[in-house]
Design a protein around this ligand. Sequence first.
Ligand SMILES: O=C(O)CCC(=O)C(=O)O
Ligand SMILES: [Fe+2]
Length: 221
Amino acid sequence: MLANIIDLPAQTDHSQLYEQIAHDIETQGYSIRLGALPANIAEALLAHQLSLNSAKYREAGIGRGEDQINNRFVRTDEICWITGESDAGKLWLDWASELKSYLNRRLFLGLFSFESHFAHYPPGAFYKRHVDSFKGNTNRVLSLVTYLNSNWAIDDGGELVLYRDENDQVGTRVVPLMGTLALFLSEDFPHEVLPAARDRYSVAGWFRVNSSVTDRVDPPR
Ligand SMILES: O=C(O)CCC(=O)C(=O)O
Ligand SMILES: [Fe+2]
């Protein structure tokens, strides 16, 4: 399996996918694209994630910086931030950075930085309904999630449920299958992760605008 990664041709022109994503966001505020992440990036991310031992993960928290609290009623996944030190992390961050530039040119979103982490949801883990960004409170503008699970069956659960607005109780379900991309405006779409029967691997990330004010720097995370 590891040997195959080297054989996957690297796809270098991503503009068609970037345009599809831009169009989706422009017309509906979100984009769900099945199996769309270039396979060489998805395979590299999965291999890297599987190589992380449990010491590299930490229990996911809620909120930012010093205010971060661990609340096991809200989410029970574990995460590991992506720094770009690994080849897989670098491939991913470069792809996301190219997407950021494309969306800025095309939709004038003013995206400034990108932060992302691997997430592992062990069997039964969940993330209750939430929004990634509260109006006026944070500078996360666009959420991006990709999934790294092959052969996911319907009754494995673990879907992302994306709700149109705070009143929507039905939502749209996204199966966490290898290479599927889900992007949505962070303030506008409540969402949740349903418990899965199997280990569920993903990468979640956020594009942010720069909220630095004259005497305060505001680095990602
Ligand atoms: O893994 C997913 O489908 C979504 C994760 C999520 O909502 C988050 O990390 O904020
Ligand atoms: Fe979220």
